[in-house]
Design a protein around this ligand. Structure first.
Ligand code: ADP
Ligand code: MG
Length: 495
């Protein structure tokens, strides 16, 4: 009897010890995985750090590259393209003008009736059409004929609020947000596609000629009077309502900046000095790169696997097309090396661009107690069935690291422009207000990003100077801006 009890007791203790060992091992393994995952996040955080001193180096590098790009063609990674826009809208423009905005996943067509001096915008209408992905990598004619057909349809549906001057040809401002070597205000050759577009037979061609050919085929009598990009359009749109606008920055799918330069300060400008003495420069700043940019293994991998390796390095760390994918890449490493989402790596985590920036921002902004937005996104996007609260917190932390780096580097770029213009310190123009017009879906919708950007600009400029620098969201600047530039460069203007 006593023996049985002893044996049972021994077995019981042995089982308890074994169970404890298994549980303990599991616990240790879990703990190790967690530590490993956190170590990956910590390393990313360190590599992505943007202390003020670093941002100043980036800003200085931007200023240096701006000078180099203005000095000679090919003098810098920054193309510093002459836009031929020497006539920004004044507010006195009058009549009916159109705009076509092509530069990302959608294109827009728009018409505005301008009231002339003091009249402002009397009426406006637009329509947005998404671009079938197959046209983004097809042929030039297929893409432009598709666009022209939508434009013709838009014109055909015009109501009585819009009146063209009798006997006049319709005029269009064409916002084409890819690098173009402009040859005049209404012509320019495509340098290269970006943002996922890749149509070989368009490179080197005059974009206006391509569009005009397609419009003629549609029987549409319309003339392109201004070829601009979204950044220049945003600058023009901002200037129409605010005389103090000196620069524009786009943060959307891609990123770019434009600003008003003294024509005298453009050594590579060999044309007549414009009457205004000013010329808008399209920086194509997405292609900026510098040894001071904090890059990680994830950025290098993203770049190598992209359609344009080695190019648009700045764009690839600050703009909307890429931020989500950087986060995905880090999560993928955490899943692979630290089993962050369990024993198997969720297959969707390995697929490029499954995590889009709007989803990243939705997770980043999740304030619910159980972080249910993050949980749902992980479920719907990566088929991760049950994520712990703790892992959701880590995901948010990661979104914050990547968004913060992007926003702070964008702010440093803006400081670079202000430095070039001598408006980063107090000087004789003391107290004068300067406005930077901003647009783009990333800036508009990713609140944590835009707030960080604005805070960082203020931090970089200091309390006193930052009071004079205004960052202003220019609503749909690119669309209306192009129509305004079509007006300020109209073929019917006297002189
Ligand atoms: P595009 O740059 O293509 O002309 P937009 O300026 O509208 O178009 O920007 C669209 C981009 O903005 C998207 O590709 C996306 O990266 C970003 N974006 C849109 N909505 C959000 C959002 N809610 N949060 C974060 N980013 C967003
Ligand atoms: Mg756009």
């Amino acid at each position: 009897m006593g023996r049985v009890v002893v044996v049972a007791a021994v077995i019981g203790v042995a089982t308890a010890v074994a169970v404890a060992a298994v549980v303990g091992r599991r616990f240790v393994r879990k703990w190790r995985r967690r530590a490993k995952a956190l170590a990956i996040v910590k390393e990313v955080e360190e590599k992505c750090a943007t202390p003020i001193a670093k941002l100043r180096q980036v800003a200085d590098a931007m200023t240096v590259e701006m000078h180099a790009g203005l000095a000679s063609e090919g003098g810098s990674k920054l193309k510093m393209l002459i836009t031929y826009v020497d006539n920004l809208p004044t507010g006195d423009e009058e009549g009916l003008f159109y705009a076509l905005d092509l530069g990302g996943t959608n294109f827009r067509v728009l018409r505005v009736q301008l009231g002339g001096k003091g009249g402002g915008i009397v009426s406006q209408e637009f329509t947005e059409v998404s671009i079938p992905p197959k046209l983004m990598v097809g042929s030039s004619s297929a893409l432009f004929e598709y666009i022209a057909s939508k434009l013709a349809k838009f014109v055909a549906e015009e109501g009585p609020d819009f009146q063209i001057h009798p006997g006049r040809q319709r005029e269009l401002g064409f916002t084409f947000s890819f690098p173009v070597m402009q040859t005049s205000i209404d012509s320019g050759n495509l340098i290269k596609w970006t943002k996922g577009f890749s149509i070989d037979d368009t490179v080197g061609k005059d974009i206006v000629a391509e569009l005009t050919k397609a419009m003629e085929k549609q029987g549409l009598d319309m003339r392109v009077t201004a070829l601009v990009n979204d950044t220049v359009g945003t600058l023009a749109g901002g200037r129409y309502t605010d005389k103090d606008v000196i620069a524009a920055v786009i943060l959307g799918t891609g990123t770019n900046a434009a600003y008003v330069e003294r024509a005298q300060a453009i050594p590579k400008w060999h044309g007549l000095l414009p009457k205004s003495g000013e010329m808008v420069i399209n920086m194509e700043w997405g292609n900026f790169r510098s040894s001071h940019l904090p890059l990680t293994e994830f950025d290098h991998a993203l770049d190598m696997e992209s359609l344009n390796p080695g190019e648009q390095v700045y764009e690839k760390i600050i703009s909307g097309m890429y931020l989500g994918d950087i986060v995905r890449r880090v999560l993928c490493k955490m899943a692979e090396e630290a089993s962050f989402f369990g024993d198997t790596v969720p297959p969707k985590l390995k697929v490029p661009f499954t995590l889009r920036t709007p989803d990243m921002s939705a997770m980043h902004h999740d304030t619910s107690a159980d972080l249910s937005v993050v949980g749902n996104k992980l479920k719907t996007i990566f088929e991760i069935q049950d994520s712990s609260l703790e892992s959701r917190k880590v995901v948010i932390e990661l979104c914050n690291i990547i968004a913060t780096r992007g926003a702070r580097l964008a702010a440093a770029g803006m400081l670079g422009i202000l430095k070039k213009l001598g408006k980063d310190t107090l000087n004789d123009s003391e107290g004068q207000r300067f406005v930077i017009a901003m647009d783009g879906g990333l800036y508009e919708h990713y609140d944590a990003y835009s707030k960080c950007l604005e805070d960082t600009v203020a931090e970089l400029l200091g309390e006193v100077v930052s009071q004079n620098i205004v960052i202003q969201h220019s609503m749909d600047g690119s669309g209306i801006g192009a129509a305004l530039l079509a007006a300020s460069h109209s073929q019917y203007l006297e002189g």
